[in-house]
Every structure is written in C-alpha cells, then in structure tokens.
Design a protein around this ligand. Sequence first.
Ligand SMILES: [Ca+2]
Ligand SMILES: [Ca+2]
Length: 228
Amino acid sequence: MFCCCVSSENNKKYAELDSKLERKMVESRRNYPGHRSLKSMDSIIMKFPTLREGLRNIRNVFESYDKDRNGTIDMEELKKCLEELKLSLSEEEVKGLYGWCDVDGSKGIQFNEFVVLLCLIYLLAKPSPKSSAESREMGPKLVESIFDPIAEVFLFLDKDGKGKLNKADVIKTLNNEDYPFERSPSHVTNMRFEEMDWGRKGKVGFREFLFAFMSWVGLDDAEDYMSS
Ligand SMILES: [Ca+2]
Ligand SMILES: [Ca+2]
C-alpha cells in the first residue's frame, strides 16, 4: 500500500513535468528558428553523423562522471556533472527529472537515460538565448551543439505546434513522397511512431521522442547499453 502511494505521488510529479515540457516545446518554437529550414527527413538524416559524434562526446562526459564506474550515474554524480556544465535547476526539480528519466526503474541512470535527462535539464533550465550569450564555456557548448538540433527535429515534426507529436503528422512527414524515410513502407513508419508512443495515446512528448530518436541515430556502441 505504501508503494502504491509513492507511485501515485510520482505519477503526479511526472504528469506535471510532462505538461511543463510540453509548454516549453511550444515556447521553444521562437528560440529555434532552425526547425523551419528542415524540409524533409532527408535533411534530418544528413545530420545523423554530426549527432552521433555529439553523442560520443556525451558518452565521454557520462563516463567521466560515473566515478565508481558501475555503468550508471547516481544522484551525487549527477549533481557534480550539472554543476560543471553550469545547468542549474532546483534540487526538487532535478530529483523529479531523475526519476522521470529512469525509465527502466533501475534507480540509476544508464547512458541513454543520461542523454535524455541532460537534454531535458538543458531545455528546462535554459535561460533565454540572449541572457546566456555571455556564458560560452566548453560544457554548455557541448550540450547545445547536440540538443539544439534535436529540439529542432522535434519542432519540425510537431506540425500543429502544440508541444506534442501527433501520429497523423509524423506518419505524413516520414512518408513524404519526395523524401521517404529510408524508403520505408507505411507499416514501418507506423512502427516508428509506435516505438515512441509508449502510452498508445497517439501523442508523443519530447521525452519519449528523445529515447526513440537516439536509437534512430544509432551509436557504434549502441549494443553496450541497449541490451544491458
Ligand atoms: Ca556510478
Ligand atoms: Ca535506469
């Protein structure tokens, strides 16, 4: 019974984070004009090698903060990491995001969860582009260079601009006659959407999108963490 209360408390917290992120994605349309220059899935696939490179850099960050080398980042390790990357959120918020991104419930953050967590913290903690203009240290630049383009892909797919992806729009974009996504038949694009749509609600938030997008981009060492 105790467990039950804790999980409904968490569910409430996660629902709040979900709507916060949704609002953030709506607001972000102004901050990321780059999504308007994306024309097709092809123009997105062209970015995959750069994104893969960025993910490799984040993997190095992950490994350098996993001090006890157990393959996961715990709360203490995360705090140090956020300090150095100059990403600031309240402790409460970081805890909420930590649980929200620990999707396998292992109580530790593996690499793919870490990428999502870092990206959400970056988006939710990010001040307006103008006020952050003076801080261009290596850390923030590393996260910007990978997460800004990924946010643009999401905004490109979010055709109605409501902060969530809806099935009809995504399938239409992936099946664009001029640029079919990997020339996939429609059942494959359907599957692509379902990979993201965990709750089977026909709507996908940025967090679910990120997990799926990382596997689309692929990593050389993807098996290391996908199978673990
Ligand atoms: Ca660790
Ligand atoms: Ca985990």
